[in-house]
Write a protein that binds this ligand. Structure first.
Ligand SMILES: [Zn+2]
Length: 196
């Protein structure tokens, strides 16, 4: 089955993923952790959450790579047939073809994909659009709050002064630029106000 858990920046998606993965590991289940290569917040291989949990990804997935092939090679390296449980962090960075591949494998694996629904302009990422179309279960990761205390539903790109930026490429990773991302309520996202 293919599950998509979406949430805004700051909603502890990666923490939820890592806790759920931990529960399966404690039961002795075979679990694979995938991270798209585009996310370089800490380093290429670490799945990191702001609350302090982290784990090394088993597969760092390039845009041109096949999920099926990568999982097969991982299973061979570990002397298994397969990984029944597969977790994907930052799943918005999957390509549409990779999400299609995952959907087509979801009778053989439980896929837990965690990621953003929309970018800083309110548009789908290719990966999240495909997940919204094809996932069999779609859930919101709760807890993301705007600075005003309302529920955050949108992601804003802000510069070092806290000014909301409404132009630029869809993907700019925060540790490489003088930018960061925050979750805002729709109203404050619309008027571009990222702080009191
Ligand atoms: Zn607000």
């Amino acid at each position: 089955m293919l599950h998509f858990f979406y949430g805004v920046m700051g909603s502890s998606k990666s923490a939820m993923l890592l806790m759920q993965r931990h529960n399966y590991l404690q039961l002795g289940r075979r679990v694979a952790l995938i991270k798209p290569a585009i996310d370089t917040r800490i380093d290429a291989v670490t799945v990191y959450s702001r609350v302090g949990l982290q784990a090394a990804a088993d597969i760092v997935l390039d845009a041109g790579s096949s999920v099926r092939e990568q999982l097969s090679w991982l299973a061979v390296r570990h002397g298994h047939n397969t990984f029944p449980f597969v977790f994907v962090d930052e799943a918005q960075f999957l390509t549409e073809a990779q999400v299609q591949e995952i959907a087509d494998m979801s009778d053989e694996h439980e896929f837990y994909c965690y990621g953003l629904k929309t970018d800083f302009l309110g548009n789908f990422f290719p990966g999240s659009a495909a997940l919204m179309r094809l996932a069999e279960e779609i859930s919101e990761v709760p807890g993301g709050l705007c600075w005003c205390g309302s529920k955050a539903t949108m992601n804003a790109r802000v510069d070092a002064n806290g000014t909301v930026i409404k132009h630029g490429e869809q993907v700019l990773i925060d540790n490489q630029q003088a930018i960061r991302y925050v979750g805002l309520c729709y109203y404050h996202w619309r008027i571009g106000k990222s702080h009191a």
